[in-house]
Design a binder for this molecule. Structure first.
Ligand code: PMP
Length: 279
């Protein structure tokens, strides 16, 4: 696989990053995951925009324009012969002798772009997943897409080990914040879509944004507000969204069955619509 590591093209086997890279030592790095379907990057503009926002939130800039990044991505998917897959972009603050403070360090941000090939096109109809809830132990800025993902990694792994497709984080008042790598939504009894607002406690998902636009275009009512267990008990359907899961139906939260444990029509339709929009 051709990759782009440490600001240059190289094969994945030969790629090298210094052990003094601040991303490696401190999680001092930001990232994006972009899906590639039928030779098209999904929600590309939104992801590149958020990458800049993440960098500015943690106080560094990358001297590559968006079009330079896109040119690299295009070369990678072409040379790696990818039709469907994903692209991982990571930018760390740079490399220097280890010290917590980066003040006055002569740092040059390090860009990494990796591709992953997926054999088949993404399925429109999929089984729903069961999810479990756990307290949100992340730092106070989960709205910044940094590589500091240990609480997410632990929560997701514990879930997978126990047969759950995702972990949902709970804030201190037991409202859902978001999934370990996704945003969470319900369709309530009044056919209103509900997802948490961008109150700093969740990541501004790019797929979330696309679904919001999709709902507006189809005249579906949306409310951006906190979701409680009572809301979940009374909802018609639930699903998660992310660049890698698109729209994935949720059929159970802890021991609460949603739609009698069956994938709902609305979630199915929304997934299909999102994937077809991007065909
Ligand atoms: N929240 C978290 C914590 C995530 O890691 C992700 C996936 N990156 C999302 C939400 C969904 O974001 P997006 O739709 O941009 O993939």
């Amino acid at each position: 696989m051709l990759s782009y590591v440490n600001n240059k093209f190289c094969s994945l086997e030969k790629a090298q990053i210094s052990v003094n890279d601040r991303g490696y030592q401190f999680g001092d790095a930001v990232y994006e995951v972009i899906y590639y379907k039928n030779c098209k990057f999904l929600d590309l503009e939104g992801h590149l925009k958020r990458l800049r926002i993440s960098m500015s939130r943690i106080d560094f800039q990358l001297k590559y324009s968006d079009s330079a990044i896109i040119t690299i991505m295009k070369r990678l998917v072409t040379e790696n012969n990818i039709k469907h897959g994903s692209i991982y972009i990571q930018v760390s603050r740079g490399e220097y002798s280890r010290d917590h403070s980066y003040f006055n360090m002569p740092l040059k941000p390090i860009l990494v772009i990796l591709t992953k090939k997926i054999k088949e096109d993404f399925k429109t109809i999929i089984p729903g997943i069961k999810v479990y809830t756990t307290f949100d132990t992340r730092w106070n800025n989960p709205d910044i897409k940094t590589t500091q993902l240990l609480p997410n990694v632990l929560a997701k792994t514990k879930g997978i080990k126990n047969g759950f497709g995702e972990a949902l984080f709970l804030d201190k008042n037991s409202y859902i914040t978001e999934g370990s790598s996704s945003n969470f939504w319900i369709l309530n009894k009044s056919n209103i879509l509900v997802t948490r607002s961008l109150d700093g406690k969740i990541l501004a998902g790019i797929t979330r944004d696309s679904i919001l636009n999709c709902a507006k275009n189809k005249n579906i009512k949306v409310e951006e507000k906190k979701i409680s267990f009572d809301n979940i008990k009374n909802c018609k359907e639930a699903f998660i969204t992310s660049a890698s899961s698109f729209v994935t139906p949720v059929i159970q939260v802890d021991n609460i069955k949603i739609n009698n444990g069956k994938v709902g029509e609305f979630s199915n339709l929304l997934r299909k619509t999102y994937l077809e929009l991007n065909d």
